[in-house]
Design a protein around this ligand. Structure first.
Ligand SMILES: NC(=O)c1ccc[n+]([C@@H]2O[C@H](COP(=O)([O-])OP(=O)(O)OC[C@H]3O[C@@H](n4cnc5c(N)ncnc54)[C@H](OP(=O)(O)O)[C@@H]3O)[C@@H](O)[C@H]2O)c1
Length: 344
């Protein structure tokens, strides 16, 4: 891909985030039937829905792309329609609404609830269990790529290369355990009904308005020291994560394929923050020492299946540094990636 040196504004950013790689267009040349994206109005949904529409159009496919969410923010709904999707307002927790969803041969399931777990754990469990039960029932004959998270694993030693897909799912905290339940319910649907499923375990989608790099760059810009206790992480350009999700529609299987989707490197917070600060023409101070274990995932299976992510992490770091140094808009949602007790 022809990558720019900097992202001039949100229009340029969103164009890049939703630009379909040739492999994604090829998927839409082969797919037969419509696609429904459930829980599409979140941080990643607009770029995924737009990428799907662009890939469909480039492939000359007649497939419909249904974008399904509650759409509390109506401007998001308008953007999905402008991209060429048919939007459906639906609360996936409402049984009768799920029964009226349009049929589709393919589903990308993105709904989830992470933050606020400490105050309303009941909501977190309902969002991550009741909704998957209903969605997997409504789309029992579809191929489903269900977003999950690298948080389903426990911490591993920093030098280990990260958790692999066969590792035990014994994480810390209620959100992560609800995410395990989300996976297990899709797995149950797959094993009981034969629904082909991919469980996509994502570790930290990165873009200039949200993500671990934004958290670090904002602290650097504010002159705050970076705590190194959670000293390592994995990350992937959000566009590459969305491309992986769409390409994995062709890998759906029963029993499900579980797959880590993240960058190929274990990133050290010290190195990343140092590069960010250099690019921001400022300095950075550190406190603490990196813990010997961290939440890390091994991307070898995804790399073997799909190739390495297209966007080099160094380029993503430079884009974020430039964006934050210029005072670019952010979502104002910290990732809490440094949390070590599972309480997000
Ligand atoms: N972003 C990351 O770095 C990251 C990392 C690891 C895993 N993931 C996983 O990837 C998925 C997508 O990420 P994201 O960052 O886009 O998540 P997100 O911002 O939390 O978006 C999920 C969306 O799901 C929708 N939703 C939630 N409950 C719903 C319900 N009952 N009915 C209908 N829609 C509902 C919400 O939109 P409405 O309010 O419009 O309904 C919400 O915005 C998530 O499931 C998350 O677990 C993301």
């Amino acid at each position: 891909m022809d990558l720019p040196d900097r992202l001039a504004d949100e229009t340029a950013l969103e164009e890049l985030l939703s630009r379909p790689a040739p492999a994604v267009v090829d998927v839409f040349r082969r797919l037969r039937g419509d696609l429904a994206v459930l829980g599409s109005a979140g941080k990643m949904g607009t770029s995924l829905v737009t990428m799907a529409c662009r890939a469909r159009d480039a492939a000359g496919s007649p497939a419909k792309v249904f974008s399904v969410s509650r759409f509390g923010d109506v401007s998001v709904r308008r953007r999905h329609e402008a991209a060429g999707a048919e939007t459906v307002a639906c609360d996936l927790l409402a049984e009768d609404a799920v029964d009226r969803l349009p049929p589709a041969a393919h589903v990308v399931y993105m709904a989830g609830l992470k933050f606020g777990t400490s105050e309303r754990p009941d909501l977190t469990w309902a969002a991550n269990t009741v909704a998957p039960i209903q969605a997997s029932r409504a789309y029992r004959d579809a191929a489903i790529v269900a977003f999950s998270t690298g948080c389903v694993y426990d911490f591993v030693p920093v030098g280990s290369g990260g958790s692999v897909e066969t590792d035990a799912l014994e994480p810390r905290g209620e959100y992560a355990n609800a995410a395990v339940a989300r996976e297990r319910l899709f797995e149950y649907a797959s094993r009981e009904r034969g629904t082909p499923v991919v469980l996509l375990r994502l570790n930290y989608a990165l873009e200039p308005r949200y993500g671990v790099l934004v958290d670090l760059a904002q602290r650097i810009a504010a002159g705050q020291p970076i705590d190194l206790s959670t000293g390592h992480f994995n990350g992937i350009w959000q566009g590459d994560a969305n491309a992986a999700a769409l390409r994995l529609l062709e890998q759906a299987a029963s029993p499900p394929l579980a797959i880590n989707v993240t960058g190929t490197q274990t990133l050290a917070v010290r190195d990343v923050a140092t590069r960010l600060a250099e690019r921001m023409n400022t300095s950075v101070a550190f406190t603490g020492e990196p813990a010997p274990a961290a939440l890390l995932a091994n991307a070898a299976q995804a790399t073997a299946l799909l190739g390495a992510p297209d966007t080099p992490i160094e380029r993503v770091i430079d884009w974020v540094a430039d964006w934050i140094a210029r005072g670019g808009r952010t979502l104002g949602k910290p990732t809490h990636f440094e949390v070590r007790d599972g309480r997000y």
